[in-house]
Design a protein around this ligand. Structure first.
Ligand code: ADP
Length: 640
């Protein structure tokens, strides 16, 4: 798994070594290439030197060989000329004919001699034989260039000096001989004088070969030199293909290095910016008072800052090891974000590692990668548990204060009412009782009227009792406890409400256990409790269209403490809607438009003053079920 924190740790060794550790590493390829090129160049130079030496040796060897062959050829011609000279007769008339008649002379002229001149001892020409006088010849005895000659004395050891024989020959004929074609193909061969004047050359005049040259004295001709010049010039080492390729390679490497350097500068700049940003981000993350977390699309944790770890009580490693989780609110946020709606903060509840619940605000937005693709969710989390606790505390305190204020006002109102109503109610009670008694004595009177007068008297009497009781409580007098049958209290309370219930179409069923023990109680208080519960049941039924019925059941308590007497009021109304007894009995809690929210609170207080308690639950079928238990007379006695 890749995490943001481990993928880009600011202190991690990155590509900074390129810019810092080896500052000039970028130049390494270039330096290596230069060294390699230098090696290749030195090799090429060395190779060139060796080749030149080998070439020079070859040229020298070829020159020596050519000089030897040419010398030997001239030597041969000289020997042949000498042979002809010794066979000459003594000088006389008709020298030319006699000279031409000599077979050695004729053979020489046919071979390469241009002409042969016979001189006497005084240097006078005795005769001359020319090559172009030979039958079937094609060569001319006249050549344009310089001609050379061979000299042989006509004398020998048997004859004294009588003259000499001179054979003229064309040196070009000598060096252009087909016998040396292989040399002529490679070299320009020249015979030059001591003052560097070209006697003859294998090339036309003016043409100079460019290659390696070698000159050596040509012994066969006095003061002449033989020069061999290579036709093809040996290329310089720096014009050889490897060197040219290497130079090209070097240029490319240099260009690549420049580009690399530029790229590396950009990378180094980007890395520096990234490191700065990462350091900034880390300090921001660490100093942030909100928790930050990043998760992938599957809900796996990618990253969390220290505050987040502190909020949930897990280390980053533990968070990352946890299986992916997608919270409900996150899913809806994800949907919202996918639709392009910016995520509003959502309140949710998380469990801390120590088990307690946390209230947190989660703000999430898409986490995108470098190419703008969503890879997860980035969330900032604010722990609002403490704030909510304080808010709740404050709300409760305000409520308590308000309730206190209302209760004290209520107390004042109650005491005023109790005080002011006491007298009129006492009068109403005595008058209504008088009227009821007077009516009872009248014959033939409408029984309904009598019943109404009796009910009026009963209600007035109950109202008077309640006012008395309130006055007693305000005066901090203990309630008057009597040993009574609970069934009679239930019957009396329901009877007083009977007319109202009938009018509302509510059927009341009394399911009273006749074998119950007496209960020590404040009659007016318990009657008030029962009539309150029945009235509430009637109000709850009023909002329904189903069967309207209330059942009041008395019996032995089935739950501990044993032996107590229980009263259960069950209705077919709207039910409690999940509200518990604590909520229902809070002073001023009411769901009715004109309710005071005090009825159940007063009931609970009355029952608790008897040592009992009030319970509420949803009825098994529909509606609500309120119940209370009271200790029996004997138990109360025992307790007292
Ligand atoms: P009030 O009757 O003035 O509203 P109470 O303290 O008697 O005050 O009742 C408080 C609230 O308890 C009622 O507003 C009602 O919401 C709820 N309640 C009481 N009895 C019942 C019942 N039998 N069924 C459903 N809700 C009830």
């Amino acid at each position: 798994m890749t995490t943001l924190s481990t993928a880009f740790p600011p202190g991690a060794p990155g590509i900074g070594w390129l810019a810092t550790g080896s500052r000039f590493l970028w130049a390494l390829p270039l330096l290596l290439s230069v060294a390699f090129t230098a090696l290749v160049v030195s090799w090429a130079q060395d190779n060139d030197r060796l080749e030149r030496m080998a070439l020079r040796r070859t040229v020298i060897a070829d020159a020596l060989s050519l000089e030897a062959q040419l010398s030997s050829r001239l030597e041969t011609e000289t020997v042949k000329l000498r042979a002809a000279a010794v066979r000459l007769p003594a000088p006389g008339t008709d020298g030319s004919r006699r000279l031409a008649a000599l077979p050695e002379v004729a053979a020489g002229l046919d071979r390469r001699w241009l002409s042969v001149i016979w001189l006497d001892v005084n240097g006078q020409i005795v005769g001359e034989a020319r090559h172009d006088q030979r039958p079937g010849t094609q060569r001319s005895a006249q050549t344009e260039g310089i001609t050379l000659h061979l000299v042989a004395p006509t004398s020998d050891e048997r004859r004294p000096q009588t003259g000499q024989l001179i054979a003229r020959y064309d040196p070009a004929d000598l060096i252009k001989s087909r016998d040396f074609w292989w040399l002529a193909a490679q070299y320009q061969v020249q015979l030059v004088t001591g003052v560097d004047e070209v006697i003859v050359s294998t090339e036309s005049t003016g043409h100079v070969a460019a290659g390696e040259t070698y000159e050596m004295p040509f012994g066969a001709i006095t003061d002449a030199k033989l020069r061999l010049t290579q036709r093809v010039r040996q290329p310089h080492w720096f014009t050889t293909l490897p060197v040219i390729l290497m130079v090209g390679f070097l240029a490319l490497i240099a260009a690549a290095t420049v580009l690399l350097r530029r790229q590396m500068n950009q990378v180094a700049t980007a890395e520096h910016a990234w490191r700065t940003e990462a350091a900034w981000r880390q300090s921001l993350e660490e100093s942030a008072l909100v928790g930050l977390r990043a998760r992938d699309l599957q809900g796996r944790m990618l990253f969390a800052n220290r505050t987040f770890c502190d909020i949930v009580g897990y280390t980053l490693a533990e968070l990352m090891a946890q299986p992916p989780s997608v919270e409900e609110p996150t899913q809806s946020r994800n949907q919202a974000s996918k639709l392009g709606v910016r995520s509003e903060g959502q309140e949710t509840r998380w469990r801390h590692s120590d088990g307690r619940m946390l209230d947190v605000m989660v703000f999430e937005s898409p986490l995108v990668d470098g190419i703008g693709q969503q890879v997860g969710w980035m969330g900032s989390i604010v722990d609002v548990t403490e704030r909510k606790r304080l808010e709740e505390l404050e709300r409760r305190q305000r409520e308590v204060l308000a309730n206190h204020a209302r209760l004290s006002t209520l107390g004042e109102v109650a005491s005023t009412l109790a005080h002011e109503l006491n007298q009129p109610l006492t009068s109403i009670v005595s008058y209504s009782a008088g009227i009821a008694k007077a009516l009872e004595r009248q014959p033939h009177l409408d029984p309904e009227l009598v019943a109404a007068a009796q009910a009026l008297s009963g209600h007035a009497s109950q109202a008077g009792d309640i006012v008395h009781r309130i006055r007693a409580r305000l005066a901090r007098q203990d309630p008057v406890l009597e040993s009574l049958h609970i069934n009679s209290i239930v019957t009396h309370a329901v009877t007083l409400l009977q007319r109202d219930l009938k009018r509302a179409g509510i059927n009341v069923t009394l399911d009273l256990d006749a074998n119950l023990p007496r209960v020590c109680m404040d009659r007016i208080g318990i009657e008030q409790v029962i009539s309150n519960l029945v009235r509430n049941a009637a109000d709850a039924i009023a909002g329904t269209t189903t069967e309207k019925s209330i059942t009041v059941r008395t019996g032995h308590s089935t739950q501990p403490p044993p032996g107590w007497v229980t009263v259960v009021v069950t209705d077919t109304g709207v039910g409690l809607g999940g509200k518990d007894i604590e909520t229902l009995t809070e002073p001023f809690f009411s769901t009715k438009r004109e309710g005071t929210g005090l009825g159940l609170a007063i009931c609970r207080s009355i029952l608790e003053s008897h040592g009992g308690g009030l319970h509420a639950q949803d009825a098994p079928t529909a509606g609500a079920q309120f119940s209370f238990s009271l200790p029996t007379d004997t138990l109360t006695m025992e307790v007292n």
